[in-house]
Write a protein that binds this ligand. Structure first.
Ligand SMILES: [Fe+2]
Ligand SMILES: [Fe+2]
Length: 501
């Protein structure tokens, strides 16, 4: 099966629209041999009648089945009404050969943010249920679900990206096609290939890039993606569908790390002392080699909270690494954090394992940023000989289910791409108080719930994660703070022949 994936044509009059690039892509739609054409939204620049009339030409120039999605620009000026009039339904399910394509409108009036409301979310879920046996399952949605590199600040995101990501992974989709950020990017997450198209014909390209589109070929278990720039340059990627396997022998356990977040220690109600005490007793019994605290140590950056936190955390004989959340450095926290808990970018290493912390926190803000200088310095710090490398920070790099995604880490797209390219084994985060784990390329991303605060979102209750590193696999378990009940978040094979150089 061959799919032509175009996006963000931004058809209009004026300087936002590159008509030359459009003609190039239009010719490909007209003359190329494909089983399916998908336009993943921002068809028009302003959602106006003339723009939609021109956009209709795409549909009428080819016999190939063509799915066109609305984007945030199409929803401007009441454009969704015109979209339905000139282009077609905003949402739907289409079968083409062996594939089922579920396309969902994520745009709404006069907003650049995206949202998939409950009705549409249920439609997606029901369609995936109904077509679960189809050999190829594809979701098309305008807004990106995973942060995109080289696209500037992470914003205009999909509010419920975490829930959608969870559904995609649970239903084992083959492809997710998106646009919106005007920069092409591809990730394999678990078994699903997330393909973001660049812009086909908007003048707003990024980092000096030019217009592009994607060609996708699916054959048996192999998914090939080509990104074609309109100057003829081609980048090619290939993803094999991973075999599902039951691990029976992980080999010897080499290391046990415990990951916690948002303890929110204070003498006030949000801190659940009993949960903290029970969890720390369980952690002691688990005999960890290391505890990693992904931020939110104290409720506020004030001396009383820090005094209390230190008295509770200083009695353990395993090493503990800390990284701050915004609340840890508020008020006097910028001074108290290093005084009580040590340097901001903490590090642990033995012969085989490295844990490297980075600070993403900012004063008086829930938003975080790593920044280009720190990202560069981090990549240099990761140039060391250990076999397993883990990076930990407070802010999330993947959207977290059951929380509103706000793009809180401003450069999450660049950081995730850097760490995936560096084939970092583990990326540990601690925001949004919900546990979540998924493998992006070769990097396992694990988010921790709140250990001991009333502000948590998991029906499993407050919890922490065990990260067990075996010779052959990495296993992540969630453990309930109060009762010690465990459940598996995932097991992944260890990276083979990892070359970090
Ligand atoms: Fe766009
Ligand atoms: Fe967009």
């Amino acid at each position: 099966m061959r799919i032509l994936h175009i996006s963000d044509t931004h058809i209009g009059v004026g300087s936002a629209f590159n008509s030359e690039a459009f003609e190039h892509v239009f010719k490909e739609v007209k003359d190329g041999v494909y089983d399916l054409v998908i336009h993943s939204g921002d068809i028009t620049q302003g959602g106006r009648t003339q723009e939609f009339k021109k956009a209709r030409e795409i549909l009428s120039c080819t016999e190939t089945p063509c799915i066109m999605l609305p984007g945030n620009h199409d929803a401007r000026s009441g454009g969704l009404f015109l979209f339905e009039k000139y282009i077609g339904p905003l949402n739907g399910v289409r079968e083409v050969g062996d594939a089922v394509i579920i396309y969902v409108n994520s745009a709404f009036e006069d907003s650049d943010q995206g949202r998939v409301g409950m009705v549409k979310f249920n439609m997606m879920r029901d369609a995936l249920n109904k077509y679960g046996e189809k050999p190829i399952k594809i979701l098309a949605i305008h807004h990106h679900i995973i942060p995109i590199p080289m696209a500037g600040r992470e914003r205009n995101v999909l509010y419920n990206a975490g829930d959608i990501l969870e559904l995609i992974l649970k239903e084992d989709l083959d492809l997710v096609l998106s646009g919106h950020r005007h920069y092409p990017n591809i990730y394999q997450i678990e078994n699903t290939v997330f393909i973001n198209a660049g812009t086909a014909s908007a003048t707003k390209t990024r980092y000096g890039d030019i217009n592009s589109y994607n060609v996708i070929e699916i054959k048996d278990k192999e998914r090939k993606v080509k990104t074609l720039r309109i100057d003829g340059k081609v980048q090619q990627y290939s993803f094999a569908k991973r075999k599902r396997r039951i691990f029976s022998d992980f080999g010897k356990r080499e290391f046990r790390a415990i990951q916690v977040a948002n303890t929110l220690i204070s003498d006030s109600r949000p801190f659940l002392k009993r949960n903290f005490t029970n969890a720390m007793a369980t952690i002691e019994e688990l005999k960890p080699d290391l505890l990693v605290h992904c931020g939110g140590i104290v409720r506020e950056g004030i001396a009383g909270d820090y005094d209390y936190a230190l008295s509770l955390l200083s009695e353990f004989d395993f090493p503990i690494l800390y990284t701050p959340a915004g609340r840890d450095i508020n008020y006097l926290g910028y001074y108290l954090f290093p005084t009580y808990f040590g340097l901001i970018d903490q590090r642990f290493s033995n012969e085989t394992i490295l844990f490297q912390g980075i600070s993403s926190a900012q004063y008086d803000s829930q938003e975080g940023i790593v920044g280009p200088s720190q990202r560069k310095a981090l990549l240099e710090k990761l140039q060391s000989p250990e076999d397993i490398k883990a990076v930990f920070l407070h802010h999330n790099v993947l959207p977290i289910p059951h929380s509103r995604e706000k793009g809180l880490l401003e450069d999450s797209g660049d950081l995730l791409r850097d760490l995936a390219n560096a084939r970092v084994d583990l990326i540990l985060t601690g925001t949004s108080s919900h546990p979540f784990a998924a493998q992006v390329e070769d990097s396992i991303v694990v988010n921790a719930n709140s250990l001991s605060s009333i502000y948590q979102r998991s029906v499993f209750g407050n919890s922490f994660n065990i990260i067990d590193i075996y010779e052959g696999a990495i296993a992540v378990f969630e453990v309930n703070s109060l009762w010690g009940r465990q459940r598996l978040l995932g097991i992944w094979e260890r990276n083979k022949n990892t070359d970090h150089s």
